[in-house]
Design a protein around this ligand. Sequence first.
Ligand SMILES: Nc1ncnc2c1ncn2[C@@H]1O[C@H](COP(=O)(O)OP(=O)(O)O)[C@@H](O)[C@H]1O
Ligand SMILES: [Mg+2]
Length: 325
Amino acid sequence: MGSSVAIEVSHLSKVYEGKVTAVEDITFQVSQGEVFGLLGPNGAGKTTTMRVLITVLRPTGGSARVLGLDVVAQATKVRQLIGYVPQERAIDRFLTGREHLQLLASLYHLPKDRAAKRIEEVLKLVNLEDKADEVARNYSGGMKRKLDIACGLIPDPKVLFMDEPTLGLDVQSRLKIWEHIRELKARGITIMLTTNYLDEADQLCDRLAIIDGGRVKAIGAPNELKSGLGGDVVTLTLAPGDLDRVEGLAQALKAQEGVRAVSVKQNVLDIRVTSPEKTLPAILNQVVARRCQLEFVEYHRPRLDDVFLAHAGRRIDNPDDSAVP
Ligand SMILES: Nc1ncnc2c1ncn2[C@@H]1O[C@H](COP(=O)(O)OP(=O)(O)O)[C@@H](O)[C@H]1O
Ligand SMILES: [Mg+2]
């Protein structure tokens, strides 16, 4: 009925047992047909947000709607329209892939003939037809994940929630899972996933929210977020012996015209500049004036890791990074 909003999260908060604030005042919307990602490090609050949306956790503040239905007041209806692929595998080693799917179909009260048809469909969707009658014990990590996804698809959901769909998988299996997710999108399914992989967020998601410490730091399409940073990133690697001079150089560069931000990790400086052509000579002059020894210079267009650093104040993979805003 006109509305193209699939998921609407408004000032959502979740405090566990009155003391652990996992999610704080989160607001975002997902349009129908989108692949939307929550990108953040471990402990950012991704799973908590997702579990509120799939109605298994009650928010302690704010509200959320899925396909127009309130996840608290209309939880039963929400459940009938969604699928969920959890972060941790719930696969029984002794059952075959098909038996898992049959079990789920009966949990969803699918009539026998419809269940059989649906099971064939989802097996085909994730390319598991050939392995359907093998016990899950013999499945590789990638195959188990495909079976997880097939399970999430049994109810024929309009919206599919996937928590870390490719966590721990090898590159080939990850690419396969991405293909399946794109295929689901092509079928009109709205997909919300969580990830702490920058490339996954970048290449798979139409839009994403960067989340850290339970808060949304930035929202947008990957390209919007990157171009929103403005300018390029110059990376200087100094000789390891220059460690004591790095901080002084960073401070001097921060004061330099055309430099928007500087962040330091050991002997490496990431310098965000409006125009590298104009600013690079001034940067190099500072390096020389401070008698720093340059080992390596590189500059690149902003990447998603630069976006994360700019908004969260640290790198996603190295929680101990320090940054000079
Ligand atoms: N059941 C729980 N009880 C108490 N604290 C929890 C519980 N589940 C998660 N947390 C805490 O909430 C924060 C967010 O966790 P989570 O949503 O799992 O993050 P993510 O999925 O991004 O790794 C973390 O600090 C975590 O330790
Ligand atoms: Mg999680």
